[in-house]
Design a protein around this ligand. Structure first.
Ligand SMILES: [Zn+2]
Length: 295
């Protein structure tokens, strides 16, 4: 995959095809301001872009695979949704938002976030307002709030070019992530519908395929349907009462155990827990004696 230029917008392809722990970045070349969105694609490319000229760093959201090389831009003004800023101010808030509580897991992740993802607390940011239109000089950006993945996740629409940056609504076959403390399944579904309705001609996503030059078409529904498939598998599994540990051991979300084991066990657990809360709110399941069963 190669970097591509669309008018004043550059799609900067990430290492490892933008798969976690990397992403794809966007570089915006306005007459007044030059912006890098989500600086986690590649150390080498971002170092070159910094030399080319960057005035602002924008973040679609707070996740580590979107801020990996933000330390290169320590003296640059940071812009993000107000709702997603708290984790960037303090590593402990960062870990709390992931609900990483077990001391050993917490110290392990703390080390990874600091050493691999170069986390440095930021005390200041300018906030991108929901629905704002930003004029960078010959390049207009509409800020679209797309909560669910994170509470302050932002997508960006570039009306002149007809380009839509989806961020982490990335249309991968794995499906959407909504496993954090403040992630939300309903909001995720609404955001997918909202993005699908934007009259774009090209689409960027933060990971994997990254660039869609034709309407992703069925991929929108496939992506959303992963949510319902997860739910259906869980409901079928809960014909008989099960504990969280038993549900997680069935790997209903990931299909099978994966490496690194601790990370995937954690991911499976938090996604299962979100679905259990969601199903309970809808009275589709009930819990008794720490076991869950279909209502
Ligand atoms: Zn994310």
């Amino acid at each position: 995959m190669e970097d591509r230029q669309f008018g004043r917008i550059r799609f900067v392809c990430g290492d490892n095809n933008g798969k976690y722990p990397f992403n794809h970045s966007l570089y915006l070349q306005g007459d007044r301001s030059r912006v890098i969105i989500d600086p986690a694609c590649s150390l080498e490319k971002l170092t070159r872009l910094k030399d080319e000229g960057v005035d602002y760093v924008w973040l679609s959201h707070w996740h580590e695979d979107h801020i990996r090389y933000i330390d290169l831009f320590e003296n640059h003004s940071l812009q993000i949704s107000r709702r997603d800023f708290p984790p960037l101010t303090d590593i402990n808030i960062f870990l709390d938002w992931y609900d990483i509580k077990i001391p050993q897991e917490r110290s392990n992740w703390k080390r990874i976030i600091l050493e691999v993802f170069n986390f440095r607390p930021r005390c200041e940011a300018n906030f991108l307002e929901d629905g704002a239109t930003v004029d960078l000089g010959g390049l207009t950006v509409q800020v679209l709030p797309t909560p669910g993945h994170t509470p302050g996740h932002l997508s960006f629409f570039f009306p002149e070019e007809g380009l839509l940056f989806l961020g982490d609504y990335d249309l991968t076959s794995f499906g959407p992530w909504y496993g954090d403390v403040y992630s939300d399944i309903d909001e995720t579904i609404k955001s997918i519908h909202k993005l699908k309705a934007v009259p774009a001609r090209k689409w960027f996503a933060s990971h994997d395929t990254g660039l869609f030059e034709e309407n992703p078409g069925r991929l929108w529904d496939d992506y959303e349907n992963v949510i319902y498939e997860r739910e259906n598998k869980l409901l079928a599994f809960l014909e008989k009462p099960k504990t969280i540990a038993e549900i997680c051991a069935a790997w209903l979300i990931y299909g099978r155990p994966r490496e690194p084991k601790e990370m995937y066990e954690f991911n499976e657990r938090v996604l299962v827990r979100k679905h259990l809360e969601y199903l309970q709110r809808q009275d589709k399941i009930v819990s008794e004696d720490e076991r869950y069963v279909k209502a």
